[in-house]
Every structure is written in structure tokens, then in C-alpha cells.
Design a protein around this ligand. Structure first.
Ligand SMILES: Nc1ncnc2c1ncn2[C@@H]1O[C@H](COP(=O)(O)O)[C@@H](OP(=O)(O)O)[C@H]1O
Ligand SMILES: [Mg+2]
Ligand SMILES: [Mg+2]
Ligand SMILES: [Mg+2]
Length: 355
């Protein structure tokens, strides 16, 4: 990525922030029939669809040749039975796209009073996220709402966007509307944007004013035996939490795990709120998606950490929409990572011999 202009970064931050504002305002007004169940039984809400519509619109206007690997598609919204849902998404997306530009946002970023779209335009814009991914070229990976279940519970969720070039994540932007600005003040102000550019470090910005604020550099601190802990999913179906427990005990970790939904876990790791992101497959044949890890993994690396699968191999973002055969994910500070990798190998062996 040519970072002389850093246009991609500015555009991505603006798009993610708009989607975050949209999602948090939707949460307060969400009604029961505004959530659908997808074929894989997972939920998707009007917020997921309209956030993808907003971000894809901005990307299509600013980088029209770039393909997008986005989680959602508009097939279910085109059904006759979805007309109420469809109108709501159009209303929300256009509201977010046309809201007055705030200080620091540029009119060339595809946002502003004249940027409303028709229903058909918005549906095809959502479908611009259908790119199959692959080994070479530029592509964006988008998770419009990561942690939809957390979003529905009023807990953590994240709007996640990454730019991948030739299979390598070059830019990652994660908006966390419900994450406290400082973990040491959990009831204090909430709403953060995390930004990582390869080779330029990891930074945190306030969600309400990312353009005129000075970015705060973040990095993974050194943990002691007492302060180290695991960051893990809330949803038991997403990761094998019993395995995590064994790894924690193998490492002599005493601090309880922090459970939260979404890539807010990677953000928490990058600024030192927790020490180890550990996600082991539940064994039901699920393949991890690139949009669930692309920006988070770069953020952790730029904060001085290491991200690998449970064999110690790097995550491969060039295989398509998924990360391929699922060996889980381990992310942690450099020194901690190698210890966790060893512990994971020991626990795997223990499990294999006891079978
Ligand atoms: N069986 C499974 N194993 C692992 N991850 C799964 C899963 N089923 C769904 N997921 C993914 O887990 C993500 C949430 O991660 P976490 O558990 O860290 O909060 C979901 O993102 P969405 O909420 O964007 O659909 C979804 O992509
Ligand atoms: Mg989903
Ligand atoms: Mg997700
Ligand atoms: Mg999602």
C-alpha cells in the first residue's frame, strides 16, 4: 500500500465510524422482526446489513476497482417477505451516508448530503461484498458487525475493516462502540477506534472524534504470572473453552479469563487489558472467516505481538473467504506466545493420549 497519501486509512476510519454510529443508534430502537436467522443459524440484523451498505458505498466511491470480501449478502433482502426489513435498511443506510460531514471528513470520501442511494443501488452495493478472495491483488475484508450476538445482548461488538494486498493485511480498522476508552475505568466513557497500518504501529482513537484527536499509540505490555490471563469468546459454540481452561492451568494462570464477543478481544490484547487470545476449534467442521481475524491480527502484530494458528503457522489470508482448515488462533505478546504455543501442544497431546 502506498502510504504517502494514507487515503485508505482516512477513508476506512470515516466509513467504520459512520457504521458504528449507525449500529449504536439502531440498538436502542431495534425491534423483534429486525433480525433474520441465516442458513448457518446465526443471527443478522438490520444493523449488519445497513453497516455493510454504508461501508461498501464509501469503498466503491473511493476505490471503485477494489473488490470486497464482506460477510453479508442481499439475497434474503430481495425476497418479497423482506419488504419491511428492506425499507428499514435503506432508511438507516441513507441516514448514515447523508448525515452532515463532521470536522475532518473530506467530501471526496463519498459521504455527505448528496450521497443517498436507491433501494436497488443499496442492495447491489451490499452484494459488492461477494468477492471470493484469493492470493493476489488488493481486496477489502469487511465484517459490518462482528459479534452480532454481543450486539443483540448490548455487550461488545465491533465494526471491522481490513485492506489485504497480496494475501497480507496492510491496514486494519476496528470500531468498538461499547468498549471503555480505558479498561481501568470500566464505567467511564465508551467508544474506541483502533487503527493499524503495517510498519506504522497500532493506535487507539476516540470514536466520537477520530480526525482531530491525536492517536494514542498502544502496545502489548509485559505480563507477570499474576497479571496474565486469557481473552475468549462468550459463545461456547465459537471456541472450545474447556481447552482454554486446560491451557490456563498448564501455564499456571490464576487470573480468570476475560470473555467478550468480537474482535474487541484483539483490541483488548493490543492495549494490554488481557494477555492471550485463544480460539480453538470446537470440532464441528467450521472454517474461520478472513473478516473475523484480518484487522485484529494486524493490530496485535503492530502492537508487538504474534498471531498464529495452534501449530504456530501464520494465518493465511490468501485462501479465499476462509482461513482454510481450522487449526484455531493463538495471539499474544512475543514471549508469551511461544509459551502458550508449547502449552497448547502439551494439552493437545494429553487429550490425544487420553482418548
Ligand atoms: N462454530 C463457530 N466456530 C468459530 N467461530 C464461529 C462459529 N460460528 C460463528 N463463528 C464466528 O464467530 C464470530 C464471533 O466471534 P466471537 O466468538 O469471538 O465473538 C462470528 O462473527 P459475526 O458475529 O460477525 O457473525 C462468526 O463469524
Ligand atoms: Mg455473522
Ligand atoms: Mg464476525
Ligand atoms: Mg458479522
Amino acid at each position: 500500500m502506498s502510504l504517502t497519501s494514507a487515503a485508505e486509512k482516512q477513508v476506512a476510519v470515516a466509513a467504520v465510524r459512520r457504521a458504528c454510529v449507525l449500529a449504536s443508534s439502531v440498538f436502542n430502537k431495534l425491534v423483534k422482526n429486525e433480525t433474520l436467522t441465516k442458513d448457518d443459524k446465526s443471527p443478522v440484523t438490520v444493523a449488519d446489513y445497513s453497516a455493510q451498505a454504508v461501508i461498501n458505498t464509501v469503498l466503491s466511491r473511493t476505490f471503485p476497482d477494489d473488490p470486497i470480501v464482506g460477510e453479508e449478502d442481499a439475497a434474503d433482502l430481495r425476497l418479497e417477505s423482506a419488504s419491511t426489513l428492506r425499507s428499514r435498511i435503506v432508511e438507516l443506510a441513507n441516514e448514515a451516508l447523508t448525515a452532515d460531514l463532521r470536522a475532518g471528513e473530506q467530501p471526496t470520501w463519498g459521504l455527505g448530503p448528496d450521497s443517498a442511494q436507491t433501494v436497488e443501488e443499496l442492495l447491489s452495493t451490499i452484494d459488492r461484498g461477494n468477492y471470493a478472495g484469493g492470493r493476489s491483488g488488493r481486496m477489502w475484508a469487511l465484517d459490518p458487525i462482528d459479534g452480532t450476538k454481543g450486539f443483540l445482548r448490548g455487550e461488545q461488538y465491533a465494526v471491522c475493516l481490513a485492506l489485504i494486498i497480496n494475501s497480507r493485511v496492510e491496514l486494519g480498522v476496528i470500531g468498538c462502540p461499547n468498549l471503555p476508552v480505558s479498561a481501568s475505568d470500566p464505567s467511564g466513557p465508551r467508544g474506541c477506534i483502533f487503527v493499524a497500518v503495517r510498519g506504522q504501529g497500532a493506535h487507539q482513537l476516540p470514536l466520537d472524534d477520530p480526525f482531530s484527536s491525536t492517536p494514542t499509540p498502544i502496545s502489548i505490555p509485559t505480563f507477570t504470572q499474576e497479571t496474565l490471563n486469557l481473552l475468549e469468546s462468550v459463545e461456547k459454540a465459537h471456541a472450545k473453552l474447556s481447552f482454554n481452561e486446560k491451557v490456563a492451568s498448564n501455564l499456571g494462570i490464576t487470573r480468570p479469563p476475560t470473555r467478550m464477543d468480537s474482535q474487541a478481544k484483539y483490541c483488548s490484547l493490543a492495549r494490554g487489558d488481557g494477555g492471550v487470545y485463544l480460539r480453538m476449534p470446537t470440532g464441528v467442521g467450521y472454517k474461520e472467516k478472513i473478516w473475523d481475524h484480518a484487522p485484529g491480527s494486524l493490530l496485535v502484530e503492530e502492537a508487538g505481538g504474534v498471531v498464529s494458528d495452534s501449530r504456530g503457522e501464520p494465518l493465511d489470508f490468501g485462501l479465499g473467504r476462509t482461513l482454510g482448515e481450522n487449526f484455531g488462533v493463538i495471539a499474544a505478546g512475543k514471549h508469551v506466545h511461544s509459551k502458550v504455543l508449547d502449552a497448547v501442544k502439551r494439552v493437545k497431546e494429553e487429550e490425544e493420549t487420553s482418548q
